[in-house]
Write a protein that binds this ligand. Structure first.
Ligand SMILES: [Zn+2]
Length: 185
């Protein structure tokens, strides 16, 4: 299924253009706010459905995503694949955990999904939480791969689109030089 990811992000205000201070401390003319596209169920289903088709060959028993951003995506991909939908949450030690009531059986195969992968850190912590309960990662899926260098998950990493916006150190930022107001995101 062909799905124009960035067009859907743009239409729904999920691809913001301006001058943004990213969590990394770098400045960028673009920011992706996936929650803005996922507020529209028809867009969410189209994007998740396309990602599910890429992940179908891995026949996962469950799909898991990091809360909060990965919850809806995990649910919709799992629904499309006939798998269970799980999520992992941040713990107090800076890792992720899976609530005790959620089923993870030793030896089960799973795929991990996230809306936008930048460093892959939260996906890796999510994968670690499922691996601690004995499940085996089969693949990682993302709507948007915006990693400057694709992270190594040790399994196939599939994204609907690769979009790597420019980023600048504050002292080298042309938007700062041009006096464009900086927004924290
Ligand atoms: Zn700047």
């Amino acid at each position: 299924m062909a799905v124009d990811v960035l067009q859907r992000y743009r239409e729904t205000g999920a691809l913001l253009e301006g001058h943004f201070l990213l969590k990394s401390g770098l400045h960028s003319p673009y920011f992706l706010q996936s929650a803005a596209v996922f507020q529209y169920p028809e867009h969410a289903r189209a994007l998740a459905g396309a990602l599910a088709e890429k992940l179908r060959p891995f026949s996962p028993d469950f799909v898991i995503g990091p809360a909060i951003g990965g919850v809806v995506l995990s649910f919709l991909v799992a629904e499309a694949l006939g798998a269970r939908a799980l999520f992992a949450e941040k713990d107090e030690a800076g890792g992720m955990f899976i609530r005790p009531g959620l089923v993870v059986r030793p030896g089960e195969r799973f795929v991990a999904v996230e809306d936008v992968v930048t460093t892959g850190g939260s996906v890796k912590r999510t994968v670690a939480a499922a691996a601690r309960r004995g499940a085996e990662l089969a693949a990682v899926g993302a709507i948007v791969d915006r990693s400057p260098e694709p992270p190594d998950f040790g399994v196939p990493f599939l994204a609907l689109v690769r979009f790597v916006p420019e980023t600048y150190a504050p002292e080298a930022c042309p938007l700062c030089r041009a006096g464009v107001p900086l927004e924290r995101v």
